[in-house]
Design a protein around this ligand. Structure first.
Ligand code: SAH
Length: 404
């Protein structure tokens, strides 16, 4: 586990713990939340106009318009993350989260033969905090990654958030190249000198050996709602998630790499999960559209089906299990030992509890991965004659991290 000690020099001051905030995995929609704000928003006016001119819209279309309409969408126009926003996410709570994910990618890169180059592709990067923490690990493990040609690719529809990501991640002195109409709408260099590019669509990211990351991304993609079919009386289906998974599976099967997906969700069991958040409160999805986040739990069984056997899938497993397998306890101890400021120690501990406690984010959030079939066909994963059970997964997080 000495790898965790080697990233220990990480900026302790970067510990972020904005604790008394709401995380989006917390509640299911009852559909009965009281209306708090019924003001006529620009988005509501737009929707009324649209419905009057072209007729009724589906739930999915409503969700897409409200969240990502290029002019007025909730994600396009604001920074909704953190204490002053509408909800909080794991990377914003603790630096440890991103650090362990950084180690996951390096561990997969080593396990699959240390390719001469890789792309790190993040879908929906929010404020860029997660990529920033991962890049810090890459820098600190520079001796391991030396001679590996790394590039960063962010898939983001929000102009506002892409500006914040650029501030978080790029070197101020190197001006960003911008080309609004191009599939690569922004380009620059990270603080550690790695090329970084922005896209609106995964399709535009160059193909090639890549690690894909999606944290709290799939839950904001539009869902269709159906009632009265199969064994559940109500199901939510997210075709956009299916399209993205198919693209990821296709890419990974052809060029290698892996995808790590973390979100709140279920394995094909839940029914009505569509809900809204505003100012850390649950919010009626139909009230003041455009001012609140809309989300639905991710159906991991659907993601697995949509990978269509092109790649192997792992999980979903709980965030608590994944982070424990990745060595969160060792990492916490190292950071606590290094800090003598009581407030910082308390922040680290609070962040840890928030990420790990089953009643907080530990159980509701899940990790799911797509890897090439060959990745699981090594000797580690075979059942041998003396064993009654298969060996634990050779993929870190889904089994214990073994640093070679
Ligand atoms: N991953 C971040 C942010 C999660 S919020 C975190 O965990 O903190 C969802 C993110 O997805 C935002 O950055 C939002 O702008 C982006 N997003 C939403 N819909 C998208 C779409 N269709 N394509 C690309 N990005 C999208």
């Amino acid at each position: 586990m000495n790898v965790l000690a080697r990233v220990a020099a990480g900026r302790l001051a970067a510990a972020r713990a904005v604790i008394p905030c709401l995380w989006r995995g917390q509640y299911f929609s009852s559909g009965k939340e009281p209306a708090e704000d019924n003001s006529v928003t620009p988005m509501l006016r737009h929707l009324i106009y649209k419905i009057k001119s072209t007729g009724p819209i589906t739930v999915a279309e409503y969700m897409r318009e409200v969240l990502t309409n290029p002019a007025k969408g909730y994600y396009v126009t604001r920074d909704m993350l953190g204490e002053k926003g509408d909800f909080i996410t794991s990377p914003e709570i603790s630096q440890i989260f991103g650090e362990l994910l950084g180690i996951w990618f390096i561990s997969e890169w080593i396990a699959t033969g240390k390719n001469a180059a890789f792309q790190l592709v993040e879908l929906g990067p929010g404020r860029g905090t997660l990529s920033g923490d991962i890049l810090r690990v890459f820098s600190q493990l520079g001796s391991v990654l030396k001679n590996c040609d790394i590039s960063i690719h962010l898939v983001e529809v929000s102009q506002k958030l892409s500006e914040i990501q650029a501030l978080t991640l790029t070197e101020e002195k190197v001006p960003l190249e911008r080309e609004a109409g191009s599939p690569v709408y922004m380009k620059g260099v990270t603080k550690s000198g790695i090329p970084i590019s922005w896209y609106r669509d995964l399709q535009d990211v160059p193909k090639g050996y890549s690690f894909y990351l999606a944290h709290e991304f799939f839950d904001v993609l539009p869902v269709h709602k159906f009632q009265c079919d199969e064994t559940r009386d109500h199901v939510e289906v997210c075709p956009d998630a299916g399209v993205i998974i198919q693209e990821l599976a296709q890419r990974i099967s052809l060029t290698g790499g892996a995808a790590l997906i973390a979100d709140y969700g279920h394995d094909g069991t839940k029914t009505d999960t569509f809900r809204g958040f505003c100012g850390h409160q649950l919010h009626d999805v139909l009230i003041a559209p455009g001012t609140a986040d809309l989300t639905a739990d991710v159906d991991f069984s659907y993601l697995r089906r949509m990978s269509q056997g092109k790649v192997a899938s792992l999980g979903p497993i709980s965030q608590q299990t994944f982070l424990r397998n990745m060595g969160i306890d060792v990492r916490l101890k190292i950071l606590l030992d290094k800090s003598d400021e009581p407030s910082l120690r308390e922040q680290l501990l609070q962040g840890y509890r928030m990420l790990m406690n089953p009643e907080k984010m530990g159980e509701r959030f899940n990790f799911f991965a797509l890897v090439p079939h060959q990745r699981l066909h090594g000797r580690h994963h075979q059942m041998n004659a003396c064993q009654s059970k298969p060996s634990p997964s050779p993929v870190a997080g889904f089994g214990e991290l073994v640093w070679r």
